[in-house]
Design a protein around this ligand. Structure first.
Ligand code: GLY
Length: 254
């Protein structure tokens, strides 16, 4: 069974962290509707959705991806690079506890799950404004006993590594080459986003399907031409909070 942990969208989202975006008004009701549609989409792809209640005074708590890295053997509870987000970790740790042994990133390390791209036993970690050298070193040390390699990847111009690159299939990556150098990922097939859509690099791959924002039609066309099976969603309000489709769930098999 595949579990998808999500977290209810709080009205505090209007006060979310923003790094590369200007603050614009968020329609909270519409954002909630879009978040529910996202959860419905996960359910339609055979994920058992477990929604956690919204965190009080936690504007970004719907972005559960940043709070943990869940692998088959273990889950790493992160230490987010935005200090305000440290409040989010206890509820995620409690939700993962029944399913995985928990390990933690400790000070002075910081690491956001949005910076972690897992491809089999290879784990790429963005050197972003949120994830520091100690966080990456700790992740490498924690995962070495399980046979994972952890490689640091420079990113520029965006919040997280997965703002710039995500997986579309076993061997295909969707990349914004202005934000990350495609060559660092080795032999994988690379599909570039359309240059007019810099935020189009965040897609959520589940089995044979990719969940993808409808806001990027030119890149969507590239995905479809490449034979990728896509389910599109309107996540415009969530995007205003600098979150993408990977950010809103933690997916793992049990
Ligand atoms: N608003 C998403 C984040 O900054 O973590």
């Amino acid at each position: 069974m595949r579990i998808a942990i999500t977290r209810e969208l709080s009205e505090a989202i209007v006060d979310c962290e923003l790094t590369h975006l200007e603050r614009v008004p968020i329609d909270v009701e519409l954002a909630r509707l879009q978040h529910h549609q996202y959860e419905d989409c996960l359910a339609s792809l055979d994920c058992a959705v477990q929604q956690l209640p919204a965190g009080r005074d936690m504007p970004d708590s719907l972005f559960v991806e940043d709070i943990a890295v869940v692998l088959d053997e273990v889950a790493i509870i992160t230490r987010p690079g935005a200090h305000r987000r440290w409040l989010e970790t206890p509820a995620i740790a409690a939700a993962l506890q029944p399913y995985r042994r928990l390990l933690r990133i400790g000070p002075p390390g910081t690491l956001d799950g949005g910076d972690v791209l897992q491809m089999g036993r290879q784990i790429f970690v963005g050197q972003s404004g949120r994830t520091n050298r100690s966080g990456i070193q700790q992740l490498r040390r924690l995962l070495k006993p399980f046979g994972y390699s952890v490689e640091a990847v420079p990113v520029q111009g965006c919040l997280h590594l997965k703002s710039a690159v995500t997986q579309l299939s076993e061997d295909t990556l969707l990349v914004n080459p202005d934000w990350v150098t495609p060559g660092v990922f080795g032999i994988h097939r690379i599909l570039e986003i359309h240059p007019s859509e810099p935020h189009a690099g965040n897609a959520l791959w589940i089995d044979q399907t990719v969940i993808y924002p409808s806001a990027y039609p030119a890149t969507l066309e590239r995905l479809q031409r490449a034979g990728i099976q896509v389910k599109t969603l309107d996540v415009s309000e969530i995007a205003k909070a600098e979150g993408g489709v990977t950010c809103c769930s933690l997916l793992f098999d049990v």
